[in-house]
Design a protein around this ligand. Structure first.
Ligand code: HEC
Length: 195
């Protein structure tokens, strides 16, 4: 696959990690079609690109498996960087890790209907959740939080939070996280603390 440098402005969070992933992905050849598909979507959705004005072929971004899985299963609603319309969809960027402060918060991340029903097996979903918490979530997770494993999330996702008010469930969780576990007040809002 062609390996010209991608623009960090265009590929943001993903672009920063791209270079280190290129060799591995080139060797494996895995997910190339998915990556091209996603690349095409991002390219079209962006509507503009500095690459359009440069000479030579446009660079195709190369994603790891977990980045591809996140983009396909979650990125349409949550965006590449975990920020979309914070009035409708909670920001994940720099705040989602706060839910890792309690077992209930941890389970909430897995039992959300869109998460529990994602078309990913337990191992792939665990990796997407780890990517969400520690890459998209920045430094928001507590230092001693353990990574999700396939074995842990299997039973959790089989009990999705259907037929409940997610706003109410979130409200209760967040109140406890703030009052008893040191989470910031900003967690009450859907929008994240950082700009
Ligand atoms: C169809 C759009 C959609 C998709 C796809 C989606 N989400 Fe969500 N997500 C939402 C909305 C809307 C909410 C707010 C609660 C609700 O109504 O479900 C939410 C809430 C969340 C929350 C709770 C954050 C908080 O602050 O309370 C997390 C975490 C989350 N999603 C992660 C994911 C992950 C991981 C995936 C992919 C496996 C995913 N979502 C796929 C729309 C989506």
């Amino acid at each position: 696959m062609h390996a010209a440098p991608a623009s960090p402005q265009v590929f943001g969070l993903f672009g920063r990690r791209r270079a280190e992933n290129v060799n591995r992905m080139e060797q494996s050849g895995v997910h190339a079609r998915t990556q091209k598909l996603i690349a095409g979507c991002i390219f079209l959705a962006a509507g503009w690109s500095p690459l359009l004005h440069s000479a030579g072929p446009a660079a195709i971004p190369v994603f790891t498996k977990v980045q591809s899985d996140y983009m396909l299963a979650c990125g349409g609603c949550h965006g590449e960087t975990g920020r979309t319309n914070a009035r409708l969809v909670p920001d994940l960027a720099d705040q989602v890790g706060h839910f890792m402060r309690t077992p209930e918060g941890r389970a909430y991340l897995v039992r959300l209907p869109n998460v529990a029903s994602a078309v990913l097996d337990d191992a792939a979903l665990a990796e997407v959740l780890n990517f969400m918490v520690w890459t998209i979530g920045g430094a928001s997770a507590p230092a001693d939080a353990a990574r999700f494993s396939a074995r842990e999330i299997g039973p959790m996702r089989s009990r999705p939070l259907n037929n409940v008010s997610l706003r109410a469930v979130r409200g209760d969780l967040v109140a406890t996280l703030i009052a008893e576990h040191g989470a910031p007040e900003t967690l009450r809002d859907y929008g994240s603390a950082s700009p």
